[in-house]
Ligand binder design. Structure first.
Ligand SMILES: *[C@@H]1O[C@H](CO)[C@@H](O)[C@H](O)[C@H]1NC(C)=O
Ligand SMILES: *[C@@H]1O[C@H](CO)[C@@H](O)[C@H](O)[C@H]1NC(C)=O
Length: 798
């Protein structure tokens, strides 16, 4: 640019020169002059006076001057010395660029006469510029397989200087592969070429960095440098190589789909596509293609399906690694499948017996087989059933087992068994299979019905309505079905004469007992019978129980007065001496009650008296005593009405009327009268003292009767001589009966009984016990001992 501009200016100078030349005489030429560029102002170029051949004065007088092209005044003339001097620094590169030689034309003009001299100044180069590379770094790509001696031209350096001051040589930093040649273009410029002296290997040294130096021919020379980066370009000169030529892999058969079998790896020293490896299975078999899949990029080989040791336990396949240039390498993969205990034993039941009759032995309950497809210990099995069962597990042929009964079964203890067959293999971990078989035990009639109690005691009240439900007996049977169906019945009495069928009946299905008629405590206080329960098994089993029915008393009897008798037209008269003390025992009202317990507890009460306050009746024993001393004023005859009441609910009562005669002269009543001759007794009566003692020990009744009979005379006509009343004939004044309870009572009662009898031969009846004989208490036997027992009260037991 700079240079181009200067060229234009130079053309203009030349144009001006020709204009001047046409208007004046073109003179001779001066010079040529030469000057080095960059000289200081005032530097000497030439002496024009000498060159023009004129004296210094003429130079001055003729107005000699320098005409430079353009307005630039490169030169100046010193007219005193005639020296042509540098007016301003000349830069050759600015003035001429690369053109050589660099000539500067000017004219020397002299007037009077006008003369113009052509002159030229040659500006010579000095080495004031260094070679410069246009780029600080150059990149060169060279195939690694370039042949030796190949030259690789490089960009040259520029130097503004010309000639020998321009670039002369190139040098390269020391290296083992390249040297540099300095070559010359047709235009003479010099450029560097790299020449390969030693083969390149990208895999060894993919890149080289060199320093290129350009030197000019100045003295001293100037230089410029640039960096050369040489990329060694890869060629596919390497095939992939596997890290291992053989991959041996063991993996368990239970490896899940997708699990990594192995990661193969090959190396290709090339770069780029030539070094890019893809992995494939080499001619895989169908089995292999089914189970393996290789990732072409990573070389990971994974399972695509589950393998089974039991099917195939070994695989072999080649793996190929191919680079982008088509070179390949191979390796072999050996796969060994490792057995895993992945199969639990299998149990197959071949035969099963259920239900099993109880009490039976030698029965094969089940037959089963065991199978485990694993190998080694993984396939060995151990079988068992749970402890404590009456079954026995026995190995049979091959892998068969039988389950038999070890001890006989009792359905009533356990009717159902869940037998769990546990089969475990010996692998690690152990695998277990359980199979539960359910076995029922069928019933055999081996249990008789059992009554809930060995004996039953039923209480009821007497006077019941017929068909009353008295109670229920029940039995159970541990068997089941018809073996447990119970039928109840009344068993015939052991004594065939005694039959209770008229008293009770039983519902055969439910054991309800019903009365067949109304019961009377006073005639039958209890009875017993046997009940049978039989099941419907074959043969049937049965058992029996004793039922005792205790009749409960009802207050259905009024007190019965034994003394004094009331239905007589001539009642007894009690004699009381007028001199009797207070509390003198006049007589005693004697009554009995056929009921029992409270219903028979009697109390006595004076209801009415001829002279109130004279006599009192003792409530608890019926004794009639004087309440005060008697006096002459007291009337002789007295009538007392006594109420006798039992303790039942409601109470029942009866009244009795007593006749008392107060007599003078007796100090004691009932004195024996020895002076009375036996023959004078017209009618004799027996005074009977009955002492009846009933004792009770526990539930056994001891019944004993002590009978004291004291004979006293009751003189019938003696009374007439005593007073003016007469004792009616045939009446016995006083009888004492002592009764000590019945049944479980231990209370004592004393009764005076006045019996009537016409003579010693007259039949009299005294109280006989109405109780059955309890001395023999063995069950079921009491009643029969007194069949049709008759007592004085006319009850009978059938
Ligand atoms: C037996 O197993 C069955 C079913 O699981 C169950 O209903 C039954 O109660 C079991 N019996 C016994 C005796 O454990
Ligand atoms: C009085 O009654 C009793 C019992 O009821 C009877 O045995 C006796 O014969 C009767 N006496 C007379 C005289 O009626």
């Amino acid at each position: 640019m700079e240079i181009g501009w200067m060229n234009n200016r130079r053309q203009r100078q030349v144009l001006i020169f020709f204009v001047l030349l046409s208007s004046s005489r073109a003179g001779a030429e001066l010079g040529p002059y030469s000057v080095m560029e960059e000289m200081e102002r005032g530097s000497f170029v030439a002496n024009l006076g000498i060159d023009l051949g004129v004296g210094l004065a003429e130079l001055s007088t003729r107005g000699t001057r320098i005409i430079s092209p353009g307005n630039k005044e490169y030169l100046q003339l010193n007219v005193q010395t005639g020296n042509l001097l540098i007016n301003e620094k000349l830069d050759r590169e600015e003035l001429c660029g690369p053109a050589e030689p660099c000539l500067l034309h000017f004219q020397v003009l002299m007037e009077n006469p006008l003369e113009i001299f052509q002159a030229e100044l040659r500006v010579t180069d000095i080495n004031d510029h260094s070679p410069v590379f246009s780029e600080r770094e150059m990149t060169l790509k060279i195939l690694e397989n370039s042949p030796l001696g190949n030259a690789f031209p490089l960009k040259n350096a520029l130097d503004l200087d010309v000639g020998s001051n321009n670039v002369q040589t190139y040098e390269i930093s020391p290296n083992s592969h390249f040297r540099v040649l300095t070559s010359k273009r047709s235009d003479g410029r010099k450029y560097p070429e790299l020449v390969l002296d030693k083969e390149l290997d990208r895999e060894e040294e993919p890149e080289l960095r060199l320093t290129l130096t350009a030197l000019d021919g100045g003295s001293p020379p100037r230089s410029g440098t640039t960096q050369i980066r040489i990329e060694v370009v890869d060629i596919n000169d390497n095939a992939p190589v596997f890290e291992q030529s053989l991959y041996k892999v063991q993996f368990p058969e239970d490896s899940p789909i997708g699990s990594l079998v192995v990661k193969v790896s090959a190396i290709d020293l090339d770069s780029g596509v030539y070094g890019k490896i893809s992995y494939t299975l080499f001619q895989p078999s169908e089995d292999i293609s089914r189970i393996l899949e290789v990732n072409p990029i990573t070389g990971e080989i994974r399972l695509t399906t589950q393998v089974d040791y039991e099917t195939i336990l070994f695989y072999e396949v080649d793996i190929e690694a191919t680079d982008g240039g088509g070179l390949s390498g191979k390796s072999t993969l050996l796969l060994q499948v490792v057995d895993v205990n992945d199969n639990a034993p299998e149990v197959t039941i071949s035969a099963l017996t259920s239900p099993i009759p109880e009490n039976s032995l030698d029965i094969v309950v089940a037959v089963f087989s065991v199978w485990d497809p694993d190998s080694g210990l993984n396939g060995k099995t151990v079988s068992s059933i749970q402890d404590g069962l009456p079954f026995l597990l026995k190995p049979s042929v091959k892998n068969f087992y039988t389950l038999t009964i070890e001890s006989s079964l009792d359905r009533e203890v356990r009717a159902e068994y869940n037998i769990t067959i546990t089969v475990t293999d010996l692998g690690s971990p152990r695998l277990k299979t359980q199979h539960t078989i359910r076995v029922w035990v069928s019933d055999v009639n081996d249990n008789a019905p059992t009554f809930t109690q060995a004996s039953y005691t039923l209480y009821i009240r007497e006077n019941n309505s017929p068909a009353l439900h008295m109670g229920t007996i029940s039995a159970t049977d541990q068997d089941t079905g018809t073996n447990a169906q119970i039928t109840y019945s009344l068993l015939p009495p052991q004594d065939p004469h005694l039959s209770l069928t008229s008293l009770v009946s039983i519902n055969a299905d439910n054991g309800h007992l019903f009365a067949l008629r109304s019961l009377d405590y006073e005639s039958l206080r209890f009875f017993e019978f046997r009940v049978g329960a039989a099941d419907a098994g074959s043969p049937a089993l049965s058992s029996e129980a004793l039922v005792r029915v205790v009749v409960v008393d009802d207050n259905d009897n009024s007190p019965f007065v034994l003394y004094p008798l009331q239905n007589d037209s001539t009642p007894c008269t009690e004699l009381v001496p007028r001199a009797a003390q207070i509390d003198y025992l006049v007589t005693k009202v004697v009554a009995v009650d056929d009921d029992s317990g409270q219903n028979a507890w009697l109390s006595y009460q004076l209801l009415k008296a001829t002279e109130p306050g004279l006599f009192s009746v003792w409530a608890h024993n019926g004794e009639v005593r004087t309440a005060r001393l008697l006096s002459e004023r007291d009337a002789a005859k007295h009538r007392l009405v006594v109420l006798i009441k039992d303790n039942g609910e409601p109470p029942m009562s009866v009244t009795v009327t007593l006749h008392v005669l107060i007599v003078d002269g007796f100090s004691q009543p009932y004195l024996p009268l020895p002076e009375v001759a036996t023959d004078k007794v017209q009618e004799e009566s027996l005074t009977v003292y009955l002492v009846i003692a009933l004792a009770s020990v526990s539930s056994l009744f001891l019944f004993s009767v002590l009978l004291f009979i004291t004979v006293r005379l009751c003189r019938r006509n003696r009374a007439a001589s005593i007073g003016d009343f007469s004792v009616p004939e045939g009446h016995f004044p006083a009888h004492l009966v002592e009764v000590s309870g019945t049944g479980t009572l231990s209370k004592s009662y004393q009764y005076e009984v006045c019996l009537t009898g016409g003579s010693g031969t007259s039949e009299f009846k005294f109280l006989k016990p109405i109780l059955p004989n309890f001395q023999n208490h063995s069950p079921g036997s009491e009643i029969e001992e007194n069949p049709n027992f008759r007592n004085d009260f006319g009850f009978s037991i059938q």
